[in-house]
Design a protein around this ligand. Structure first.
Ligand code: PLP
Ligand code: ZN
Length: 429
């Protein structure tokens, strides 16, 4: 692997046939050329990609005939031309969950199952797919991230395949599964003594100093757009219609805002009709700055120091927290926060009702949906999609004691018979 500490030239223009759409400031509206920049140089507001309103958009049949990856929606993604990397991420299953729907007291429920996302088993594959191609278009040879775990897995995996160098910064005490599933790809993995917010600050400084493409810092505008594909897939997989409600876990708050944007873009394109779904968010109580902002109803996010086992969503000062809260309120949704015990119970419920093993963020989402149902925020005619964003094998610590419930026997039929008899009395009682 090529390792280089020397500064790379600041890249601002596309260097291959691959192009990137320009940016606009979400705050002051200033237009910016396509560039690896995080913020507007006029007002320091966040920038986002702008698309040519005159571009030709595909119809349902055209999209449906394309290959099963998130690039089937490329007209709504910020990369122009044939993507150079990660051609096969996206199109995860949408699975109906009738038992969960009964438990929630609603008409229908589906799991958008990004636990089986290719290649790194979380929805972060979507955002890295757009960011790594933006990096390629800018001629950036070293990418990186500040991560709570899943983004580290995704950047390391996508960079390995693309043959790019990767510098990955994580809090020093992440779950073993997350660390191993990053280190295996042999990136430059750095464990930082501090919270995610400390890691993020350090990473932003390193990006400036060394000219790296940090996917969730200076490539963030391009990164975020990848999340919209979750909304596009939900709409297409439901038969080109929208659910009445959707719930997602929140870390930096980006996914929730991009679900809203994705549904909106499909409505604008006439690919689906009807009302925007109500958008709900879930966080663990030990780090719930966005949910508490929604509860308070004001516009000032109060940063928190994370204390929860839901490490993947433990961002105390979420960059998109205020826009996430605004979108949740504007769509008529709500945000719940749940205890660590409740989110572990949520992991078990999802596994036992749906046969899907999710990490702590998935448990948070299921527990959040149950809390919404108890609070009367879901209605009997609701059709809810639960975005389940990462695989349970990544956070075994959360449920490790389940293994102890399996009895150990000698290889004798008599021992099985004894167990079967005991199970009979138990189910009869
Ligand atoms: C990153 C992440 C999220 C939420 O991401 P946002 O920063 O809010 O976009 C949700 N679930 C999992 C498993 C994640 O890794
Ligand atoms: Zn601006």
């Amino acid at each position: 692997m090529r390792l280089s500490l020397s500064p790379e030239p600041a890249a601002t223009a596309a260097r291959s046939s691959l192009g990137v759409v320009p940016l606009v400031c979400r705050n002051c509206g200033a237009a910016h050329d396509a560039a690896p920049v995080a913020i507007c140089d006029q007002c320091l507001g966040p920038v986002e990609p702008v698309y040519d309103p005159a571009r030709t958009l595909p119809d349902r049949a055209t999209i449906a005939a394309r290959s099963p990856s998130l690039w089937r929606y490329h007209e709504w993604l910020p990369i122009i031309g044939e993507p150079l990397h990660s051609p096969d991420t996206g199109c995860t299953p949408l699975v109906e969950a009738p038992r969960l729907a009964r438990r929630l007291g609603i008409a229908r429920a589906w799991i958008k199952n990004d636990t089986v996302s290719h290649p790194s088993l979380s929805f972060k594959d979507r955002v890295v797919t757009t960011a790594i191609n933006a990096a390629a278009a800018f001629g950036i040879r070293t990418i990186g991230c500040a991560s709570t775990g899943n983004l580290a897995n995704a950047v390391a995996a996508h960079a390995a395949r693309a043959g790019l160098d990767a510098w990955i910064f994580i809090p020093h005490d992440l779950e073993l599964g997350k660390v191993a599933a990053t280190a295996i790809f042999a990136p430059r993995l750095v464990r930082v003594r501090g919270t995610y917010d400390d890691v993020n600050r350090l990473c932003a400084q390193a990006a400036d100093r060394f000219g790296w493409g940090i996917v969730n810092v200076n490539l963030r505008a391009y990164y975020g757009e990848g999340s919209k594909t979750m909304a596009f897939e939900i709409a297409e997989q439901l038969g080109w219609r929208l659910p009445s409600a959707v719930i997602a876990p929140m870390a930096g708050g980006s996914l929730v805002t991009k679900l809203r944007k994705g549904f909106g873009e499909f409505l604008d394109a006439g690919l689906v009709q009807g009302a925007l779904p109500r958008i709900f968010g879930a966080q663990a109580s030990g780090c719930a700055p966005i949910a508490r902002l929604v509860e308070r109803g004001d516009d000032e996010l109060v940063p928190e120091i994370p204390r929860t086992i839901a490490r993947s969503s433990a961002i105390g000062n979420p960059p998109d927290g205020r826009s996430a809260a605004r979108i949740i309120r504007d769509t008529g949704g709500w945000a719940e926060h749940v205890s660590d015990e409740a989110l572990v119970a949520g992991i078990h419920t999802l596994a036992e009702d749906c046969g899907i093993f999710a990490e702590t963020a998935g448990g948070t989402t299921v527990a959040g949906a149950l809390a919404l149902a108890r609070a009367g925020r879901l209605t009997p005619d609701d059709e809810l999609v639960l975005c389940i964003t990462g695989h349970g094998l990544k956070t075994l610590e959360a449920v490790g004691d389940v293994a102890a419930s399996a009895p150990v026997i000698e290889p004798r039929l008599r021992d099985v018979a004894a167990l079967a008899a005991r199970a009979d009395t138990r189910s009869a009682s």
